[in-house]
Ligand binder design. Structure first.
Ligand code: SF4
Ligand code: SF4
Length: 294
């Protein structure tokens, strides 16, 4: 597979970084399958931004994993200084603070760490402490760097973990395996992307949700192309892309053995038929994204 590494990385300087988001309008399209296999054929680092259920490591199986906690600020109220004026609760846009007759109560999981309450408090009764909401893990799968964010169970806000994950990405090509859908978690990842690959399937739902994903990446003004996964001869996606002048990077054929390989936790490119299809997609990506930076 290494012969394909140069197809994408060849024109990048040693310090250059090219971040390609892999997203899908809906869940179940096989986005992680596409992202992990593309990482292998293009020798791109794999970055799992689906922090609520990061499962790409199952297929790439990185070793030597190091972990770092992701922490966020939360306000701590000094009851000796607090006059119960209520200004902090009034200014909080997220209803994270409630003033009662006896105290100010914090609902820490609603807090967005904006520090507005500290600024509003005239009595200097608010300081900040930190709490852990998740972790960033990084390991190596051969020459590939694999990194993922993990949101702790019960934590509602994924964005701080995604931001921590995507700051200081390694040099080279990074494939950002985004969350499914078009939620704010995907939007947060797209802020770090130079281009996007949209994964869909040939069905009415697939097409409907692809249209939302297209609208999203167009808002970001990113170059992008579409991959049709589970292709079964239904050309509705290709027809839509032709009408919208969107490049189709390639198709991945629907076959029972793909499901068998997937269930065994392996990458599809171990099968020659899929290796061929993914390599063709890698060629297609070269035509869509602005590689030639030098
Ligand atoms: S603004 Fe300060 S003094 Fe007023 S209720 Fe909040 S913490 Fe207490
Ligand atoms: S830091 Fe911001 S979000 Fe959190 S409690 Fe204070 S005002 Fe509300």
């Amino acid at each position: 597979m290494q012969e394909w590494a140069g197809v994408l990385a060849g024109d990048l300087g040693e310090e250059d970084r090219l971040n390609i988001a892999v997203l899908s309008g809906k869940g179940g399209t096989g986005k992680t399958t596409i992202a992990t296999n593309l990482s292998v054929v293009t020798a791109a680092n794999y970055i799992d931004c689906d922090v609520e259920e990061p499962n790409g490591f199952i297929f790439l199986n990185p070793a030597q994993i190091i972990s770092q906690a992701v922490k966020v600020d939360y306000p701590v109220i000094d009851r000796k200084r607090c006059t119960l004026c209520g200004d902090c609760a009034k200014i909080c846009q997220f209803n994270a603070l409630v003033k009662t007759k006896k105290e100010v109560i914090l609902f820490e999981k609603l807090c967005h760490s904006c520090h507005a309450c500290r600024i509003a408090c005239k009595h200097e009764a608010i300081t900040f402490a930190k709490r852990t909401i998740g972790a960033i893990e990084e390991g190596q799968a051969g020459d590939l760097i694999c990194r993922r964010g993990i949101l702790q169970i019960g934590e509602p806000m994924a964005v701080p973990v995604i931001k921590a994950l995507l700051e200081n990405l390694p040099a080279g090509i990074n494939l950002l395996d985004c969350a499914a859908g078009t939620s704010c978690n995907v939007v947060s990842s797209l802020h770090y992307a130079d281009g996007a690959v949209l994964v869909t399937e040939p069905s009415a739902f697939g097409l409907h949700d692809l249209k939302m994903a297209v609208k999203l990446v167009r808002n970001f003004n990113l170059p992008f192309g579409v991959i049709v996964n589970k292709y079964n001869g239904d050309d509705r996606i290709q027809k839509f892309c032709q009408e919208e002048n969107i490049p189709v990077l390639g198709t991945i054929t629907y076959q029972r053995k793909a499901a068998e390989v997937y269930s065994a936790g392996k990458v599809l490119v171990e099968l020659s038929v899929y290796k061929k299809e993914f390599c063709k997609i890698a060629e297609g990506m070269r035509g869509v994204f602005p590689w030639n930076w030098q």
